[in-house]
Write a protein that binds this ligand. Structure first.
Ligand code: BT5
Length: 311
C-alpha cells in the first residue's frame, strides 16, 4: 500500500481526525488528503466524515490494502480478481528475489494441486500463496506445509468449521469415523541447494464462500459447514498463524498433532516407492508419518494418504 495512505489509516485508528490535522501531520495539502481518502474509500475502506473529522467505520473490501490493514504479520499482499495460479505468480516473485509476499486471488483459472492435478478454484474461495526465504535445511521444508495446515485449520475452526488435518497437506471435515470431506489443500514448492533452502512458495487453497455444487464431489466449504466468512479476516488470521509457526518451527508438529485426524487411523499411503497399508501411529519431528505395518514400522516423508475403514 502507498505509504501516505498507510499513514492516514494509522491516524484514523486513533481518530476521529480532521482533514487539516491529517494534512499537517503528513505534511501534504488538504486537497491531497481528500484525494487519498477518496482512493481509500474506492478500495473498500468505509471512511465517514463527521463534525469531529474522519472516522474509519469498517473495511468491507477483499483486496491487497484491505488484507494488509490491521494484519499482524510482515506480509505485503498482491491481490488479483482472477489469475491462472497464485503459486505460479509466487514462483515468479520468489525467483526475482522477493520475500514475505502473499499472492491472493478471488478466482484461479489454472489452479494446481500436487503432481499437476487440477484444483477447482472458483470465485469466493481463499486462494493464497506465500513466499518465504528461510535459512533452513531442505529437510525442514515439510514443516512449512504442516505449519500452513495448522494455520488453515485454526482459521477454519475460528470460523465455526470442525476442521481437522489429514496427513500431510489436507484440511478436512470429518463426516463419520473414517469419512471426510476436503475443505482445503496445500501445495508447497521450493528451490534450494542440498544444504539450504532458497525460497519456499506455500500455496493454500480454502473453499470458503463457495457452493459445494461448484466443487468436486468429495469437497466441502466454509459456506456449507458454517455459513459465509469475512475472507479478509480469515486470510489475516491464516497469515498471522502461519507466520507464528514458520518463526517457531519446533512448535509446528505438536500443534499439528493436536488437530490431526490421521493418527490412530488405518491408512493406505501411495508413495513414489510403492503402496503401504497399516495403522498411522505418529508423526515425527520432521513431519513424516509413522505407519505400523505387518512388516514393522515404516516412516513415510511424502505421499498420498487415504483413511481406510478399520479391518
Ligand atoms: C492439493 O493437492 O490439495 C493442493 C491444492 C493447493 C491449491 C492452492 S490454491 C492456491 C495455490 N495456487 C495453486 O495453483 N494451488 C495452490 P492434491 O492433494 O493433489 O489434491 C488435488 C485433488 O483434490 C484433485 O485431484 C481433486 O480430487 C481434489 N480437488 C480439486 N479441487 C478441489 C477443491 N477446490 N476442494 C477440494 N478438493 C479438490
Amino acid at each position: 500500500m502507498n505509504e501516505t495512505r498507510r499513514s492516514i489509516l494509522g491516524a484514523l485508528d486513533d481518530g476521529p481526525i480532521s482533514g487539516p490535522e491529517l494534512a499537517e501531520g503528513l505534511d501534504i495539502s488538504r486537497a491531497a488528503v481528500w484525494k487519498h481518502v477518496e482512493e481509500l474509500r474506492d478500495a473498500g475502506f468505509e471512511i465517514e466524515s463527521g463534525g469531529d473529522g474522519y472516522v474509519l467505520a469498517g473495511v468491507a473490501a477483499y483486496n491487497g490494502p484491505a488484507v494488509e490493514y490491521g494484519l499482524d504479520a510482515p506480509f505485503t499482499v498482491e491481490y488479483y480478481d482472477s489469475i491462472g495460479s497464485t503459486n505460479d505468480r509466487a514462483r515468479e516473485l520468489a525467483t526475482a528475489g522477493v520475500a514475505d509476499v502473499a499472492v491472493l486471488a478471488d478466482e484461479q483459472i489454472g489452479g494446481r494441486g500436487r503432481l499437476d492435478r487440477e484444483w477447482a478454484a472458483p470465485a469466493g474461495g481463499v486462494w493464497l500463496s506465500v513466499v518465504s526465504r528461510p535459512s533452513i535445511a531442505p529437510a525442514r521444508a515439510p514443516l512449512y506445509t504442516l505449519a500452513a495446515a495448522v494455520a488453515t485449520t485454526r482459521a477454519a475452526r475460528e470460523a465455526g468449521v470442525d476442521a481437522r488435518i489429514k496427513w500431510p497437506n489436507d484440511v478436512v471435515v470429518p463426516v463419520d469415523d473414517t469419512a471426510y470431506r476436503k475443505l482445503a489443500g496445500i501445495l508447497t514448492e521450493m528451490e534450494g541447494e542440498t544444504d539450504r533452502v532458497e525460497w519456499l512458495a506455500v500455496g493454500i487453497g480454502v473453499n470458503a464462500n463457495i457452493d459445494t455444487a461448484d466443487l468436486p464431489e468429495s469437497a466441502t466449504s466454509v459456506r456449507a459447514e458454517a455459513g459465509d466468512v469475512d475472507r479478509r479476516v480469515f486470510v489475516q488470521r491464516l497469515l498471522e498463524e502461519f507466520d507464528a509457526y514458520r518463526t517457531d518451527l519446533d512448535a509446528v508438529v505438536p500443534a499439528w498433532r493436536e488437530h490431526a485426524l490421521t493418527i490412530g487411523q488405518r491408512v493406505r499411503v501411495d508413495r513414489p516407492s510403492g503402496e503401504l497399508v497399516g495403522d498411522a501411529v505418529d508423526v515425527t519431528d520432521a513431519g513424516a508419518l509413522v505407519v505400523e505395518t505387518d512388516d514393522g514400522r515404516v516412516t513415510v516423508s511424502a505421499g498420498d494418504c487415504e483413511h481406510l475403514r478399520p479391518v
